[in-house]
Design a protein around this ligand. Structure first.
Ligand code: FDA
Length: 308
């Protein structure tokens, strides 16, 4: 119930105005966001790299309202890619197509993606297209396929275990040898398209993880197992061991600020470990989705409130 309320608020502009103007919310959001500037995120990635953890860096923003805003995002990504390369950081890039104008005009978004992928390819950097709510899934996968057909092999996909369609999507992406990040899914979705119960999402996650690992073992892509759930991580480790899948065939991924000790433990144990590091001023919807995943975080929020 609380989760659904928080997810509803994540998309409500009136709530965004209130929460973003609140200094305490900004301080709590810093737990999940590396800062507001490029310098902040570069420093955060460097710390992770020193611990043997790679990164994927994201400029916060989604659902841009016009072409000018989409162009500003694209420019910011181009600058960021040059900077990551110049600083010799181990980091890929993650982005949302709606930030690059998918909802304004797919042709504009396509042009921005080509430019970003060209620049990223020059520096040997991969770009993962985050997956947004189910109304964007077809358009997102269509854009990914169009770009791959144009020869961009450095573009990667995200699949959400909670969607009923995901098993079929994974089968096709594996055939196409696309690298896939598997996550549970973070949006408020209707029961007609997604499992409403956590236990069903978890069961789907394990099933899809196995499909991805099998495909990777047969040469079909490099999976990112993106979860903080100890049960999902244990299932992945056990399956890899059982099927003799070597550790260089997949990696674990987590979000910045969530279970950092586990991130370091997995890196020390020899697993590939990548952390998604978001930064920027548009932190509101991202922050609300993180609160929704763990409503217990609201207590953390409340206790800070009462402490003043
Ligand atoms: P689950 O939600 O069951 O949490 C398991 C445990 O992890 C919790 O018990 C808690 O200990 C810890 N935890 C989880 N969330 C926490 C939080 N916010 N604060 C503190 N502790 C927390 N989604 C999407 O729809 N599209 C996308 O493109 C992406 N991209 C993405 C990239 C990466 C690298 C990750 C790790 C995740 C995503 N996600 C995403 C988000 C994903 O769909 C999902 O919402 C979160 O990862 C939470 O799910 P878990 O698998 O961690 O399990």
């Amino acid at each position: 119930m609380l989760r659904l309320l928080l997810l509803y608020l994540s998309g409500a502009s009136w709530a965004r105005r209130i929460v973003m103007g609140w200094g305490l919310a900004r301080r709590v959001a810093r737990r999940y966001v590396a800062g507001e500037t490029e310098d902040d995120v570069i420093a955060a990635i460097r710390v992770l790299n020193q611990k043997g953890i790679t990164a994927t860096v994201d400029i916060l923003g989604e659902s841009t309202a016009d072409a000018a805003e989409a162009s500003r995002y694209a420019e910011a990504y181009l600058h960021l890619i040059e900077r990551v390369s110049a600083e010799q950081l181990k980091s890929s890039v993650s982005l949302k197509l709606t930030a690059l104008g998918l909802g304004v005009d797919p042709a504009i978004c396509h042009d921005h993606m080509r430019h970003i992928l060209d620049t990223a390819r020059t520096h040997g950097i991969n770009v993962t297209i985050d997956m947004e709510d189910h109304t964007a899934t077809d358009r997102t996968l269509a854009m990914l396929r169009r770009l791959r057909a144009e020869g961009y092999e450095n573009v990667q996909a995200v699949i959400q275990a909670y969607l009923f369609r995901s098993e079929a999507d994974i089968a096709t992406l594996a055939e196409e040898k696309v690298d896939v990040r598997l996550c549970k899914g973070a949006y408020r979705e209707p029961a007609s398209v997604a499992h409403p119960r956590k236990s069903d999402v978890d069961a789907a996650y394990v099933k899809l993880m196995k499909l991805l690992l099998d495909a990777a073992n047969a040469g079909g892509g490099y999976p990112g197992i993106a979860t903080h759930d100890p049960a999902m991580i244990a299932a992945t480790r056990a399956y890899a061991e059982q099927c003799h899948i070597s550790l260089d065939r997949f990696e674990f991924q987590m979000l910045y600020g969530i279970r950092p000790a586990l991130q370091e433990e997995l890196a020390r144990a020899g697993y590939g470990m990548r952390v998604y590091v978001p930064f920027g001023t548009q932190w509101y919807p991202y922050f609300m989705r993180r609160l929704a995943e763990r409503p217990a975080n609201l207590w953390f929020f409340a206790s800070n409130l009462f402490r003043g």
